[in-house]
Design a protein around this ligand. Sequence first.
Ligand SMILES: Nc1ncnc2c1ncn2[C@@H]1O[C@H](COP(=O)(O)OP(=O)(O)OP(=O)(O)O)[C@@H](O)[C@H]1O
Length: 320
Amino acid sequence: MPKHFVFIVNEAAGGGNVRKLWPKIVEQLNQLNIEYRCTKTNFVGDAIQITKRILSAANDRLNNELVIVATGGDGTLHEVLNGCKEFYESHPSPTQVPIAFLPIGSGNDFARALKISDNWKTAIQQILSVKSPKPLVVGKYNNLNEGSTGYFINNFGIGLDATIVHNANHSIIKRNPILGKFSYIFAALNVIRTFKPVKTEVYYGENNQFVREFTKGFLITVTNIPYFGGGVNIVPTASPSKNSLDLVLIEKPSVRQIIIFIINLLAKRHLKLKFVTHLSKKSFTIITDGNRFGQIDGEESSSQSFNIKFETSTYSFWVN
Ligand SMILES: Nc1ncnc2c1ncn2[C@@H]1O[C@H](COP(=O)(O)OP(=O)(O)OP(=O)(O)O)[C@@H](O)[C@H]1O
């Protein structure tokens, strides 16, 4: 069946690079003679509202033809996913409009995990070569303190990586089209020195009957894919095709341990280190004692003491 593609375009992604690229992409789409339309986002969170409007305007026939193409970075894809999930939670349907991804943001970790090309022309060809939607696992979080829920495609971090995201997002480097790619590295070098660890409890098992306590939680990351922070291979075995989420937790390391960790990270052996905790589960709850930043798919959440239940969920994606 011919597909109708709706591009939700975040021109602010990729340090503003998308604004320059988009006219070229439009030219290419016209040359390819495919059926498409596009909507540009105007502010943070707009892609959630746009997605919900698209889905509520589609009827049953269109539902089978539509593909929503998140066009930007991981934050744009995150918003499109949450728009879809919110819509179908209030309008249950046997079929879901699938999400495709045209990765032209700064980090593009989801694309890296799914081997979607970072060359936009190739990525468009990849989208056009898909024959049918594929269900993929996404993370669901339930913030038990706030009573809010949401979904993530990549990772939910508390502490170190979240503070790095906070600092990177507020640095002028992030808005630079060339240096933007390195904004996380610059921020990391500073935060690793200054970050204050946080007391953390992790509950898991059928009825949360197992608990692990960490007095000096430093890096606390729940991930659905191998990468975080723009290409760091934090859990090489993580996959959105596996019905589990991976937790990596490191307590405040010494300088020696940081060096050992980096060397082992490069050799993909870091999860075997004694001072690194790695759990792969369908569900767990993390409680932290002390206000720290959180990051969800690279977008920061406010500084707070977290009490979060994580579980797996699924959504339909237009990927090979
Ligand atoms: N018109 C807009 N102006 C400013 N910000 C916007 C606009 N539309 C969307 N946004 C916000 O831009 C932020 C960054 O988008 P996105 O994450 O897609 O790009 P990126 O940061 O370059 O990529 P990545 O997350 O892969 O590093 C998101 O929080 C999104 O809500």
